[in-house]
Ligand binder design. Structure first.
Ligand SMILES: NC(=O)c1ccc[n+]([C@@H]2O[C@H](COP(=O)([O-])OP(=O)(O)OC[C@H]3O[C@@H](n4cnc5c(N)ncnc54)[C@H](OP(=O)(O)O)[C@@H]3O)[C@@H](O)[C@H]2O)c1
Length: 325
């Protein structure tokens, strides 16, 4: 995309992916408007090189979609990253999904109304493909797949609200954009893992590191054995904003492992830690019946820079930095 100016908006800039994306965009010379939901200590964002000149922080809440307008004004690109990772347990799945769709479409309308936004990149999740149709011979799942809501409920009841909401919000956003001629690209990351720049370890990364904390049930958290470094996810977002031919959905998943292989890898790479092994921790999560393909992203010219080593080395370093390991 030929950007008139390199000014973009990132929603959820204090979050795990959002903060990494803000850092990378500043590093690439962009001016960034980012949104946060509430007053918190944002010194970790303000201290990123380039932030004092090119980062503006706005307050906005998905429950009040109009609140995003000031942050979108004057931007050529918008990254819709903000989303509650833990849905409000007091609300029904239907209400949560409806609210997510309504707020996303209202923000997309604000992008259209701004008359400046050339492309929107929406962060979805592989949850929107992995319970859908597979290539029958290879079990490969690609972007042609849409998760089946009943199958999500049956397979992952504890995460069903989040997964259904991500699936239906992405679908509604693509339909809305198609109808209104808005350029919208969606990114579908698998489990985002690795380093973090915030003052606390992201909860989901903590789950994926549970074996370092001596928990007996460590590998129960490894329901997801497809991983991608946060730096690769942020790079993919920027790549898809800039690439003139980017369109539609893109799975973003770099590493596929199994609880067994991961247990062996961690024990041999980090012998100084008392890492729980799979044998001592019982069940290792669901049986896997599909293989994610990010061929579409790779065919467009993207390449992953980080493997399993960098993912766990990075996460470990970050947890040490915040004094947790
Ligand atoms: N983590 C993963 O493994 C993974 C995998 C696939 C896709 N994703 C997607 O990637 C995106 C970022 O996830 P993450 O891992 O970076 O999660 P995160 O660290 O929890 O960040 C989520 C961001 O969304 C904001 N947010 C939540 N509810 C909001 C609301 N009502 N109004 C405004 N902002 C709100 C949060 O603000 P507060 O700090 O105020 O809550 C935070 O800035 C999400 O869209 C998620 O669905 C994540």
């Amino acid at each position: 995309m030929a950007l008139l100016s390199k000014k973009v908006c990132v929603t959820g800039g204090n979050g795990y992916l959002g903060s990494w994306l803000v850092m990378k965009l500043l590093n690439h010379g962009y001016s960034v408007n980012t949104t946060i939901r509430s007053d918190k200590d944002m010194s970790f964002l303000k201290n990123i090189p380039g932030a004092s000149e090119r980062l503006n922080i706005f307050k906005a809440d998905l429950n009040q979609p109009d609140s995003f307008q000031p942050a979108i004004q004057g931007c050529n690109g918008v990254f819709l990253v903000a989303h509650p990772m833990e849905p409000d347990a007091s609300q029904s799945q239907e209400t949560i999904t409806e609210n997510s769709i309504n707020s996303t479409l209202a923000i997309l309308q604000a992008c259209i109304d701004s008359k400046m936004v050339k492309r929107v990149v929406y962060t979805s999740s592989v949850a929107s493909v992995m319970f859908g149709n597979k290539n029958s011979s290879s079990n490969v799942v690609d972007e042609s797949s849409w998760s089946d809501i009943d199958l999500i409920c049956a397979s992952m009841p504890s995460m069903a609200t989040y997964m259904i909401t991500k699936t239906l919000t992405e679908k509604a956003a693509l339909e809305f954009a198609g109808k209104h001629g808005l350029e919208l690209v969606t990114v579908l990351p698998s489990s985002i893992h690795g380093s973090f720049i915030g003052p606390e370890g992201p909860k989901f990364v903590y789950f994926l590191m549970t074996m370092f904390f001596g928990k007996a049930d460590a590998y129960n958290y490894m329901s997801f054995t497809e991983l991608v470094h946060v730096d690769d996810v942020a790079s993919a977002h920027i790549f898809l904003l800039e690439h003139p031919e980017a369109e539609g959905r893109y799975i973003c998943s770099a590493v596929e492992t199994t609880p067994e292989k991961l247990s062996e890898f961690l024990s041999s790479r980090y012998p100084e830690y008392q890492i729980s092994t799979l044998d001592s921790s019982g069940e290792s999560g669901r049986a896997k019946s599909y293989k994610l393909s990010s061929k579409k992203l790779l065919d467009l010219g993207f390449s992953y820079k980080h493997g399993l080593e960098e993912i766990y080395d990075g996460a470990l370093e970050s947890f040490k930095r915040v004094g947790v390991l």
